[in-house]
Design a protein around this ligand. Sequence first.
Ligand code: PLP
Length: 109
Amino acid sequence: MLCGPQRGSTFVLKTLLDPGNEVIFFSPYFVEYHFYVDYHGGVATVVPTDAHFDLNLEALESALTPRSKVVLINSPNNPTGVIYRPPRSSNWASCSNARSASLTPGSIC
Ligand SMILES: Cc1ncc(COP(=O)(O)O)c(C=O)c1O
């Protein structure tokens, strides 16, 4: 349990990231995400959501590389307000090559 999503996100990134590791997040995204990633030596990779601002798993699959370490999942999403629901929310980790950690800052209250 942590005090606020910013602390939770940055503590986890500090723990997981080695310099040059990629952190993937979906657009639109909370504007501070780039700063969180940069601060810990990561490289931000932004992938699009679909036409309903829902998770775009095809785009996620395409963005994964051997350097991918973290996928930031923010639900309810800030700024769109979208809540990611099954099956997409439960299938995202099944993308091939997925060996990433997820964060759900919006659910850390
Ligand atoms: C997704 C997300 N991450 C991080 C933050 C930053 O949270 P705080 O600085 O309050 O810990 C917010 C605040 O609204 C947020 O919505």
